[in-house]
Design a protein around this ligand. Structure first.
Ligand SMILES: [Fe+2]
Length: 144
């Protein structure tokens, strides 16, 4: 089942929200190529794009945090680094499965449900717990 963007994911910054939507789309693409892995190269491509865009997005989000004077930047940065490391571990695991004569595309297909559940949680937990802390920064001051 693909994941759909929901209004409760909104942080209130257009670039951050647009990036989160695109990351959801990329996770859905990874799910698709894992479930229907006709060409193993598509698995590598989808994972590489997710990794590339996640890194780009995290850097953009960190620049926005600096611009807004966010106090917990270091902690947030550490979380971003850990999230990228998790993607690297996952990509290595998928690669090893593809290379394994007993695994291959069927092996990857068998793990697709578990992997996509992990990726959904990977993104949604970070957005709802860490990124949501940023929302007050983007609220317009009330004019009295
Ligand atoms: Fe973040």
């Amino acid at each position: 089942m693909p994941i759909f963007w929901r209004p409760q994911f909104r942080i209130g910054h257009d670039d951050i929200d647009a990036d989160h939507r695109y990351l959801i789309l990329l996770i859905n693409t990874v799910e698709l190529v894992l479930r229907f892995p006709d060409d193993p190269r598509n698995v590598d491509l989808a994972l590489a794009e997710l990794r590339r865009y996640a890194e780009y997005h995290f850097e953009r989000e960190e620049r926005i945090q600096i611009a807004y004077g966010y106090l917990h930047l270091d902690q947030h940065k550490r979380e971003h680094r850990a999230l990228l490391a998790e993607i690297d571990v996952l990509a290595q695991r998928i690669h090893a499965t593809l290379e394994d004569p007993d695994g291959g595309v069927e092996g990857v297909k068998a793990q697709s449900g578990e992997i996509t559940a992990f990726l959904r949680k990977w993104l949604v937990d970070h957005v709802m717990k860490a990124d949501m802390q940023l929302a007050p920064l983007f609220r317009k001051p009330v004019v009295r």
